[in-house]
Ligand binder design. Structure first.
Ligand code: FAD
Length: 496
């Protein structure tokens, strides 16, 4: 469809700053609806100098390379299992990971995605400008192209979709000596003995695959593991990772980092529990202490966009900002899940509302997600503690069970942390508020249940659902033990 006339008098109907998950989704949808759209995308190199192509965090330094490294880790474990299932596999010790090969394969895949995205934009007639955008006023974006050329783009609507970048805390030596998730997937050589600072999902996932690759991995935790997630599940992940060999430095913060003559880094840290100071030497320090939104860099505050004073994220309602012509989606939004499908869905729906009289609002509740640690944790809805806080302990029922995946028996893998729980309202029909799953294929297991929760799943319906045997997902349909009952939730047999 050709762009419709511009009664508003601007050069573009929509200029998007940020060609990542949210920005590209909105741009493509707007063009399909006949709008004239430009997308500016520019990657500021990481402090280490890493840079990448079109597509944003998910494609280049987030979900995609992370999932592929996770897959590499799972394959290592499967090789061990395969021997138990009769495959002639060499001794596990002699099986090693070729990091440069892994890196190359993953980076080649990413480059192919960058290319496909560029072709898609060209075919769909979205004007892609490889330039850094900054706001001049409510309708004007300044673009600085890679070759130094500068231009101004006038637009009826501007969409902010710049995403975020890793935070480097103010610790002496941190900036010079640490890498982040922006760098790890393209490191030319294996990182070796690694200290991961931060125990959010990104830190845990990285420590998880490094440990599975046979590297020494330590996670430094300032307060709690997986803040914002169900804490019983977070503790199970910590136990599981510990049992696999990951070390945890709890209640600790880094004090300094110093490069040694041999290129390794000496890290000194303080225990918040007893103020003691310790140090150790690592090959690599991975900073994973959170991400900051790139709102100040585009001068969002200077054109009057309301930002949260602490996080500098955009305070928005339905992706609108307080400046009528400026909108925002994705990781830069205050209080919304920082996930790719969330950014995509919000971007598409916003374009539909702006240009097609769409009425559907983005539903940020009950978004399923998965922590891709070696044993995965998938969840959707409320944590047990949030449910109790919101409804009161008396009004909540929690069903739970440990279970044994069939595929764990032959290789004698430990099912000790394979656990599920459903948090629901206590009154019949027991509306489900949250589902939590720890085990293999967490992401695959949770997606369908997320749809069920969206449709108002109740515990009665779940118990009346016939499972698919033998799967791990069916365990949710077999739940009958409540925490309140005090009955032992460890499994009796697989098939009764
Ligand atoms: P982004 O995808 O970050 O895109 C923003 C783009 O804008 C970037 O290309 C940026 O360079 C560009 N930009 C910034 N400023 C400017 C400017 N001034 N001018 C021009 N361009 C600019 N999510 C999941 O759902 N599942 C996962 O498994 C998952 N794993 C992750 C693992 C890691 C290691 C990380 C870091 C993130 C992960 N995420 C995951 C989160 C996911 O990547 C983000 O939620 C998602 O990419 C956010 O999309 P966005 O559109 O807000 O921003």
């Amino acid at each position: 469809m050709a762009p419709v006339g511009s009664a508003h008098g601007y050069d573009y109907d929509l200029v998007v700053i940020g060609g990542g998950s949210g920005g590209l989704a909105a741009a493509k949808e707007a063009v399909l609806l006949g709008k004239k759209v430009a997308v500016l995308d520019f990657v500021e190199p990481s402090p280490r100098g890493t840079t990448w192509g079109l597509g944003g965090t998910c494609v280049n330094v987030g979900c995609i390379p992370k999932k592929l490294f996770h897959q590499a880790a799972l394959l290592g474990e499967s090789l061990h299992d395969a021997g138990c299932f009769g495959w002639n596999i060499p001794e596990r010790k002699s099986i090693t990971l070729d990091w440069p090969k892994l890196r190359e394969s993953v980076q080649n895949h990413i480059k192919s995605v960058n290319w496909v995205l560029r072709v898609e934009l060209r075919d769909k007639k979205v004007e892609y400008i490889n330039a850094k955008g900054t706001l001049i006023d409510a309708h004007t974006v300044h673009a600085k192209l890679k070759n130094g050329t500068e231009k101004e783009l006038k637009a009826n609507h501007i969409l902010l979709a710049m995403g975020g970048r890793p935070i480097y805390p103010d610790v002496p030596g941190a900036l010079e000596n640490c890498i982040s998730s922006d760098d790890i997937f393209s490191l030319p050589e294996a990182p070796g003995k690694t200290l991961v600072i931060g125990a959010g999902y990104i830190g845990l996932e990285c420590a998880g695959f490094l440990n599975e690759f046979g590297m020494d991995a330590t996670v430094m935790v300032r307060s709690v593991v997986l803040r914002g997630f169900d804490q019983q599940m977070a503790n199970l992940i910590t136990e599981e990772m510990t049992s696999r060999g990951v070390k945890f430095l709890h209640k600790s913060v880094p004090v300094s980092m110093e490069k040694q003559a041999d290129g390794k880094v000496k890290v000194t840290w303080k225990s918040l529990a007893d103020n003691s100071v310790s140090s150790d030497v690592f090959d690599t320090i991975l900073m994973a202490t959170g991400r900051r939104p790139l709102t100040l860099e585009v001068r969002a505050d200077q054109v009057g966009v309301k930002l949260d004073p602490q996080s500098h994220k955009v305070v928005s309602d339905r992706e609108l900002t307080n400046v009528p012509s400026i909108f925002a989606v994705g990781d830069i939004l205050q209080g919304k899940p920082e996930l790719t499908p969330v950014a995509i869905q919000a971007g598409k729906l916003l374009a539909q509302r702006l240009y097609n009289n769409g009425k559907t609002e983005m539903d940020y509740d009950n978004v399923a997600t998965t922590v891709f640690t070696p044993l995965e944790y998938g969840c959707c809805g409320l944590s047990e503690e949030t449910a109790i806080e919101r409804y009161g302990e008396d009004k909540i029922e929690v069903y739970h069970a440990f279970y044994k995946p069939t595929e764990f028996f032959v290789p004698q893998r430990s099912p000790a942390r394979c656990y599920i729980k459903v948090v629901c309202l206590r009154n019949s029909p027991q509306k489900v508020l949250g589902m939590h799953y720890m085990g293999p294929q967490g992401g695959e297991v949770m997606q369908g249940y997320a749809a069920a929760i969206k449709m108002g799943l109740t515990m009665e319906v779940l118990m009346d659902t016939v499972g698919i045997h033998p799967t791990v997902s069916e365990e949710f349909t077999r739940l009958w033990i409540t925490k309140r009952s005090g009955i032992d939730p460890t499994p009796q047999s697989c098939c009764s």
